[in-house]
Design a protein around this ligand. Sequence first.
Ligand code: M6R
Length: 602
Amino acid sequence: MCGIVGVISKEFNVAPLIVSMLKKLEYRGYDSAGVALVQPGKVVVKKDRGVIDDIRERYNLTKMEGKVGLGHTRWATHGAPSHKNAHPHQDCRGEIAVVHNGIIENYVELKRELVIRGHLFKSETDTEVIPHLIEEKLAEGLDLKEAVKETVKKLKGSFAIAVVSSKFPHKIVAAKKGSPLVVGVSEEALFIASDIPAFLQQTNKVIFISEEEIVTLTGNKVEIETFNGQKVKRTIQTINWTYEMAQKSGYPHFMLKEIEEQPLAIKETLRSTNGELMEIVEEIVKNEGNLYFVASGTSYHATLAGKYIFAKVAGIPFETMQSSEFTEAIVPTLSPKSLVFAVSQSGETADTKVSLKKAKERGAKTIALTNVLGSSITRIADEVCYTYAGPEIGVAATKTFTSQITLLTYLALKSAEVLGLEVEEKFRKLKKLPQYLSKTLTTSNLAQRIAKEIKSHGDVYFIGRGVGYPVALEGALKLKEISYIHAEGTGAGEYKHGPLALISENTPVVAVVTPGPSQTKMVGNIEEVKARGAKVISIAPEGNKKIEEMSNFTFKINREVDEFLSPAPYIVPLQYLAYYTAVLRGLNPDKPRNLAKSVTVE
Ligand code: M6R
């Protein structure tokens, strides 16, 4: 899980641009970084362990000379973060440099063969086989593109790579199989990157590279061909994300900005449906009862909310399973009658991609819901829908969670409509969801106060029922991933079956009391934990006096919010709570330790 970038210009030294592009991709990984510049007769590489700002200072990266160059920001998979394992990697003579995102599964065999043929390796990475393989192909007299083409045919696994060589000083060759890659086009330069925000400040004209394609950037020319050598014509697309949208806009952290962007983000989600997506709705409605969601992390919680919403508003039974378990538990049962609906903010989560591919192999109909245009799952699935929440940079998913739920709610209501159910009033309320979310932004102050109370606790427990259950799971995930406090979400009804033993004097328990039939039962569950001394923080419909009396703190949510609409507004106070707790503990919520924004390895 890494970010790769490359720039080719006729006019200027590209090193400062490469460094700033890497900064924008740091959310893809940030344990080491490096830059390679093509100079007459050589390729100069500077790299190290650490974050890009430190490495820039240490090695004077922006002063490096060259009009063609590559950069890399790493999240270690093979080989611990270190100077030698940082990218770019080189061949024996230092004439080639390669940056790579993904995993080369057969690198052990390839390395063994290369070592026998006399190649010298410096790192423990899987990537380093690539420059050595290219070195051999160049020595056979192939040009850079052909050498890369022959090399990628030998690689098993997933990769996006970019390559430069001092023998071909005016070229960048890049290739994609299983990891994202996109080209940016401007008058002054051509760009290659794992993701659009890397070059969005320079251009919003992009060309998406598809699976098993090689792209060559020379001067102002972009040439694409498949691994089999077929020429590909691809039009340039204009992306409407502004650079500012991908920046912090004055907020101290991306996460806070993204929490507060939620009313706008879900407005976009609703706008983009245009009252349509009928192909997807029809697939759902005509299915004979084998409907599965598949997703990971926060996206999984969105599907769990989706499962309840589809059941409640349309009587449609979705199952959901975490992507990492889906291939074992569900794939063997799939048939052409099944429908598999993958949900992924990035569209690049390896477990979700693999599940979708395997589902297709079993003949299942597949749907992808993602926030990233042209991402991998959109190229696998039969049907695609987008959340259009704008780029999410904070590692903790916030606005993409609520926009996923919004889109799933829309699809559930449309399905109910097709089934002849009365949903007009519900659609009217769905349109008001951005307003309801705006109101929940006022919970920020109370969240700051409660954060002071919980910041020194070792454990925080979250309980919920019905649609409140996925909210409790998500609230716990947010808190643990950015504040490093142990947080556990559980269905409130399960408490007496074990977890109640964990509650003692002053243990913080967050109770998600969503509207609907579960409210009364939640009163009982809160009583259970209170009787053991718990400090109760509740999120409940405004005016529920009973809950307020029982709780030490209550986040009050507009009473107009119906049960089927509640997961999105009810999660907002918990996103704030996690955010402020992390900040009070002196942590950077945008970059939690050990985690990265898109998890592109299984
Ligand atoms: O891009 P995806 O939605 O497929 O990502 C899935 C998870 O990795 C992601 O939701 C993760 O759990 C977030 N960091 C949670 O905030």
